[in-house]
Design a protein around this ligand. Sequence first.
Ligand code: ZN
Ligand code: ZN
Ligand code: ZN
Length: 140
Amino acid sequence: MENWQDKLKAAGFKATSKRQEILSFLQGENRYLSPLEVYQYLQKNHPGLSYDTVYRNLREFEEAHLLEVTDFAGEKRYRINCGGHQHHHHFICTQCGRTIPLKMCPMDVFQEQLPGCVISGHRFEIYGLCENCLKQNEKH
Ligand SMILES: [Zn+2]
Ligand SMILES: [Zn+2]
Ligand SMILES: [Zn+2]
């Protein structure tokens, strides 16, 4: 079990119970979730909570590298950072949001095609269906 109280404090946040709940929920899910899914989960215990608050927290956690962010189906999705500060990429299942971390970074290949240029950042993600979803789809 992660100690979110300490992690939040180390990242400069007040370790409120809502913040800890967001992180432990994402930790338990271990996949990309939309802000709406996180909001709906938290609403069960905190009926007065606004969507904006949840969304702002997610963005702050992303900046503090507690979460990772991606875009798919026209929406931002967040997950618990599965690699710390270590650079990594993911395979993302477009059906269930499951992610599989990839150790290899393909950037060296592209640098060769950009002589004289300095690359300052990149995004590289592989989308598809995971093993579980493929099996599930076969049944129907
Ligand atoms: Zn990751
Ligand atoms: Zn899947
Ligand atoms: Zn990379």
